[in-house]
Design a protein around this ligand. Structure first.
Ligand code: PAF
Length: 282
């Protein structure tokens, strides 16, 4: 498996694959890879001949007080895991390769509506940063398909709208969230948790399941259910950011007769912000 750092090299290699008639799958990541990412690589390999994983900690999607500086950079370990998973090529550009003129002078991509609310409200500018870098990665790699985790439910919705609206010819594939045995969704940020916080963390998914059970039992008083889940999270030791019960397609507050519903949750444990989601059909 090869790793390249420059766009020029990347394009030269990919041209070769295309001339051989090979299809290309892209898995965009910020590195510090865990089993969740590896499942995306395997999913891409099911449908594409060549899998390119990008590793780029994108400064544009981090807020001023977020964890850009402390975000783990673990390229050597990531390369090992990717090689084992059957990845073909790693694209790990330095910041200057992606944003040669700096962030302030960079053209940006804004995806309205689905970017608003939820993480978009708590992290202003975050989805603009994601949409911009993902558009650039699509243009750099020109993949046939790209795989994203359903763990970042709103991000996946933003990317689906982005390719639809801009007519970008890339098939977007969502891959299910990979969880620890105790239900905690795998995330690079789990590594920030102290031992005590790690013990509390699985309550997030348990509380979400309890809320989903109440919906399945017929409750449709969603604002009250959101309040109850929020209170349960606070009681467990979290500082809830939001608990939102939404229409799975529009991400707007769910109506009692919506058949496809998703519970979107973000909550802090100490300084670590965890997000998770759970979709259900009524
Ligand atoms: O999900 C992530 O890791 C990032 O948001 C992504 C899609 C790689 C863009 O930087």
């Amino acid at each position: 498996m090869r790793t390249v750092h420059s766009l020029k090299e990347l394009r030269t290699i990919l041209r070769g694959y295309r001339q051989q008639g090979k299809t290309i799958g892209l898995v965009p990541t910020m590195g510090n890879l865990h089993e969740g990412h590896i499942s995306l690589v395997r999913k891409a390999a099911e449908s594409a001949d060549v899998v390119v994983t990008s590793i780029f900690v994108n400064p544009m999607q981090f807020g001023a007080h977020e964890d850009l500086d402390k975000y783990p950079r673990t390229l050597a370990e990531d390369q090992e895991k990717l090689a084992e998973a059957g990845n073909t090529l790693v694209f790990a550009p330095p910041v200057e390769e992606v944003y040669p003129e700096g962030l302030a002078r960079q053209t940006k991509v804004v995806v309205p509506e689905v970017s608003e609310g939820h993480c978009g409200a708590s992290r202003p500018g975050h989805f603009e940063g994601v949409a911009t870098v993902v558009t650039m990665l699509f243009n750099m790699v020109q993949p046939d398909l790209a795989v994203f985790g359903e763990k970042d439910f709103q991000q996946l919705a933003v990317i689906r709208k982005l390719v639809r609206d801009l007519r970008i010819p890339v098939e977007i594939i969502g891959a299910p969230t990979v969880r620890e045995d105790d239900g905690l969704a795998k995330s690079s940020r789990n590594g920030y948790l102290s031992e005590t916080e790690r013990r509390i963390a699985p309550r997030l998914y348990q509380i979400m399941r309890e809320t989903a059970d109440r919906i399945q039992q017929g409750r449709t008083d969603y604002p009250a259910l959101e309040q109850e889940a929020s209170a349960a999270l606070a009681e467990a030791g979290f500082r809830p950011d939001y608990v939102n019960i939404v229409n799975s397609v529009t991400l707007k507050p769910a109506a009692p007769d919506d058949p496809e519903i998703t519970l979107l949750v973000a909550a802090f444990l100490g300084t670590t912000r965890l997000i998770d989601n759970l979709s259900l059909t009524r």
